[in-house]
Design a protein around this ligand. Structure first.
Ligand code: LLP
Length: 439
């Protein structure tokens, strides 16, 4: 197997020369479930969770690993991360609902969003939610009133925007001053939010949160964010006696999409966060809070691959060869949206040398619907099964029905056994919510 770094841990080439994932031949899987098919390896999913948990346990007792469910929010994955002892971040009523229906304990849920609707908040308060991560002054006021009406006290964190530009695509930077998220540090907004949070009788301000961006390869930005948050903690401690018990430093750990990518390891990421918080709290002479991180991509991306069928091959001499597959921007928007790079392979000839450079295109009516530019694969033939690795994060979640394409099926494999975790949509699903129109 030549691609182990970007494939699920138990991906091999089997005797038939096929890609096999934890005992399941990908060609058999697509024969049964069709394409496009998303295949997740359960062991890799659990392993990523365990690496985070172990890296923390080796360093501290007071931590929480909060899975950012936006990366892949399904009943199966919510259940699995719960079993592994993680908490969960939900960023909408729909993600909250999915986690709730998966049986996720509400006290381990963190509810995010810069514009949670009143209805969404009602739904979460009625069924219980561990922490609401409050994003704005108006939300502080609304939440206080809503909890007062219901009775009781709701635990909250405040989302702080530390004013840091993480080194990543501008669409997935979130910590910079010019951001729709959170309380900025200018004009004393963040300190004012802490003051109001402490004063609100029906809110219990447990701590602070910051998320600076996603697919980040350097620890430096996280260190800066911690330092800025801790300065704020000190200021608020001196001004209003604020005791920060929880410091949630967000997600953002980058992953390997291609062989050339060089992200830091989970171990290094956790070490950076735990030691960073310790050192910074020592600097200001205050007790070390619980350290929380919110990984999404780094839990699920590597566990998932997408299998497509090659439908047409168009050679434009001297320019390029387009290999078109039966999916594309409706099941993986990331190349179009972020210029994200991926690799590909022909799964039915996994042993054949990858000696042909092609452009993998989708089937949608847009020229920009390209999945991989200059992919190096075995010489493609019609009917081949083309697999793209590292599609486990932010692909299914951002999928659409563009051009009337039903969303793909998703299966989970383990020890040669396969379970469907999401059924393929049907054409009738596409129109299920539509009503006939008599003109
Ligand atoms: N916490 C918060 C508050 C977030 O907004 C996010 C991601 C995370 C945690 C998880 O970050 P991660 O560990 O996955 O980097 N659709 C984009 C990614 C958007 C990320 C948004 N927030 C993509 O496909 O790259």
């Amino acid at each position: 197997m030549t691609h182990t770094l970007i494939y699920p841990a138990h991906a091999v080439h089997n005797a038939a020369g096929h890609l096999q994932i934890d005992g399941c031949d990908v060609i058999d899987l697509v024969a049964e479930h069709g394409t496009p098919l998303m295949i997740y390896e359960e062991k890799t999913l659990r392993d990523q969770c365990r690496k985070f948990m172990q890296a923390f346990r080796d360093r501290t007792d007071d931590f929480e690993v909060v899975y950012a469910s936006k990366a892949f929010c399904t009943l199966a994955v919510c259940r699995l991360v719960e079993q592994e002892g993680l908490s969960i971040d939900v960023s909408s009523g729909g993600e909250y609902h999915t986690a709730l229906r998966a049986g996720f304990p509400t006290e381990r849920m963190f509810y995010h969003g810069n514009n949670k609707t009143r209805w969404e908040l009602e739904y979460a308060l009625a069924n219980g939610v561990g922490y609401v991560v409050v994003d704005s002054f108006s939300e502080l006021d609304t939440l206080e009133r809503m909890v007062a009406d219901r009775g009781g006290v709701q635990k909250i964190l405040l989302r702080i925007t530390p004013g840091i530009e993480a080194h990543t695509h501008s669409y997935i930077q979130t910590g910079q001053l010019d951001s729709k998220f959170g309380f900025g540090l200018t004009e004393g907004h963040a300190a004012e939010a802490i003051r109001r949070g402490l004063e609100a009788p029906h809110l219990e301000l447990a701590g602070l949160h910051a998320h600076i961006g996603s697919q980040i390869f350097e620890l430096e930005g996280f260190r800066k964010a911690i330092s800025i948050l801790v300065d704020l903690v000190k200021e608020a401690h001196e001004a209003f006696g604020f005791e920060c018990r929880y410091l949630n430093i967000g997600g953002g750990l980058g992953i390997r999409y291609t062989e050339e990518d060089t992200p830091v390891t989970i171990e290094e990421y956790v070490e950076g966060k735990v030691s960073g918080v310790r050192q910074e709290m020592a600097r200001v002479g205050l007790p070390v809070p619980r350290v929380l991180v919110e990984p999404g991509r780094s839990i699920v991306a590597k566990a998932g691959v997408t299998a497509y069928t090659v439908g047409t091959i168009k050679e434009i001499p001297g320019i390029r060869t387009y290999v078109s597959v039966d999916g594309g921007m409706s099941d993986n928007l990331r190349p179009m949206l972020y210029d994200a790079r991926y690799e590909a392979m022909i799964a039915n000839r996994a042993d054949a040398p990858a000696d042909t450079v092609v452009t993998v295109a989708g089937k949608h009516c847009e020229s920009g619907d390209v999945l991989v530019k200059n992919a190096r694969i075995a010489r493609p033939e019609l009917g081949d099964i083309l697999v793209m690795p590292a599609t486990g994060a932010y692909c299914f979640g951002m999928a659409s029905n563009y051009n009337g394409n039903p969303r793909p099926a998703v299966v989970m494999v383990k020890d040669g056994a396969v379970r469907t975790i999401v059924e393929r949509e049907t054409y009738d699903d596409l129109i299920a919510k539509q009503r006939p129109f008599q003109g």
